[in-house]
Design a protein around this ligand. Structure first.
Ligand code: PMP
Ligand code: GLN
Length: 389
């Protein structure tokens, strides 16, 4: 017998590795992205009620109809595109499953998939599993003048060929915290017109956008939404990452293909969560309040870092903040992140982990990622520890 790995270069994800290290060393975990507080009690009550009201058997394969309906209403209200709940909205086991099912459904052997790095760790292995070929385009790294990453649209344009099947976009972006502006969507529209490329919009942080900006979903542009799969996650929106419920919206013919994979990956998603979420979503208060809730936490962390030798980059959205540690050490990022966790009691993620070749010099910019989805007292304790480094 010979077991041949389909993913020979993949190990355990950096988030699991760093959370384990933080636990082992009793460090404050600002690494893996999850809140250290509970979801709204009202949401937990609604989910519990759904269970007690006998929503405990298989729901429909594509998701509970009431939930798909609420998703459709919300997306129409926010982004102006009406997705048919029956044919264009699918509830998935987290955004993770939506991403994997979409990539497996769309990418054929030898197809090229354009990915912009740094990028979320799922994309490259998923493309590999599908037999596709990732074409990686680097973002422009931050500088003194522009203290955040930015997308090089000319490089994206140059990467697209007749063999490109899919372009994966993630915004607000993990890990860099950058977001799209109207000018970015203009560039994107111009690039994809007259091509056959599909777009995968990983928009799980759609409700965490700062400084008065609006999230500009791919669904806001008819020319883009016609070729897009738009993905979100209730884990991020309702502070319930452990529930693993997300969804994707895409034109009917595209959705039909995604559902063919979805039905054999998980078939459907647990029913009481879906029923509880559908009831809770009727009120838009929670998702509309999320940006200001997290902006206060971002500002708390940025203010705290002013008393340390870490230099924060700008973050426009998501619950992540990158910081430059070049005033402290010239260690590579992975070593520095481990050292912070084991010696200083604050767990973080090296940004190099979001690159195809994490060890390469071009993937190391002396940056680490903090997650600020934490109680204020957690942030304050971490900041006090950081000030000693
Ligand atoms: N995409 C990005 C960019 C993420 O940060 C995450 C988060 N954890 C996911 C997808 C997966 O989301 P979920 O937990 O809903 O599967
Ligand atoms: N998306 C989360 C992060 O970036 C982690 C999700 C996971 O652990 N797979 O930290």
């Amino acid at each position: 017998m010979r077991l041949i790995s389909k993913l020979p270069n993949v190990g355990t994800t950096i988030f699991t590795v760093m959370s384990q290290l933080a636990n082992d060393h009793k460090a404050i975990n600002l690494g893996q992205g999850f809140p250290d507080f509970d979801p709204d009690i009202d949401l937990m009550t609604k989910v519990s009620q759904a269970m007690m009201e006998s929503h405990n058997q298989y729901p429909p394969m594509a998701g509970v109809p009431e939930l798909r309906n609420e998703i459709s209403l919300k997306v129409k209200e926010l982004y102006g595109r009406l997705y048919d709940p029956n044919q264009e909205v699918t509830v998935t086991s987290g955004a993770t499953e939506a991403l994997m099912a979409s990539i497996l459904a769309f990418v054929h052997e030898g197809d090229e998939v354009v990915v912009i790095e740094p990028c979320y760790d799922l994309y490259l292995p998923a493309i590999e599993l599908a037999g596709g070929r990732p074409v990686v385009v680097a973002m422009q790294a931050p500088t003194e003048q522009v203290p955040r990453y930015s997308i090089d649209w000319q490089a994206v344009r140059d990467a697209i060929t007749d063999r490109s099947k899919l372009l994966i976009l993630n915004f607000p972006h993990n890990p860099t915290g950058i977001n799209m502006q109207e000018s970015d969507l203009d560039a994107l529209e111009d690039i994809v017109q007259n091509t056959g490329i599909f777009l995968l919009g990983d928009e799980v942080y759609e409700h965490i956008v700062f400084d008065g900006q609006q999230h500009l979903s791919l669904a806001t542009r008819p020319a883009l939404s016609a070729r897009s799969i738009v993905i979100s996650s209730f884990g991020k929106t309702y502070n319930a990452t452990g529930w693993k419920v997300g969804y994707c919206c895409a034109p009917a013919a595209m959705t039909a293909e995604i559902r063919k994979v979805h039905q054999f990956m998980v078939f459907t998603v647990n029913s009481p969560m879906q029923v509880g979420l559908a009831n809770y979503m009727k009120n838009s208060r929670a998702h509309l309040a999320l940006s200001s809730f997290y902006q206060q936490k971002r500002d708390r962390l940025v203010a705290g870092l002013a008393g340390t030798r870490f230099k924060p980059l700008q973050t426009q959205g998501s619950f992540f903040l990158l910081a430059d540690y070049s005033a402290i050490s010239d260690m590579p990022e992975a070593d520095f992140a481990r050292w912070m966790t084991t010696e200083h009691g604050v767990g973080v993620i090296p940004v190099s982990a979001f690159y195809q070749d994490a060890a390469a010099d071009r993937s190391n910019h002396q940056l680490i990622r903090f997650c600020f989805a934490k109680r204020d007292d957690t942030l304050d304790t971490a900041i006090a520890r950081l000030a000693k480094i």
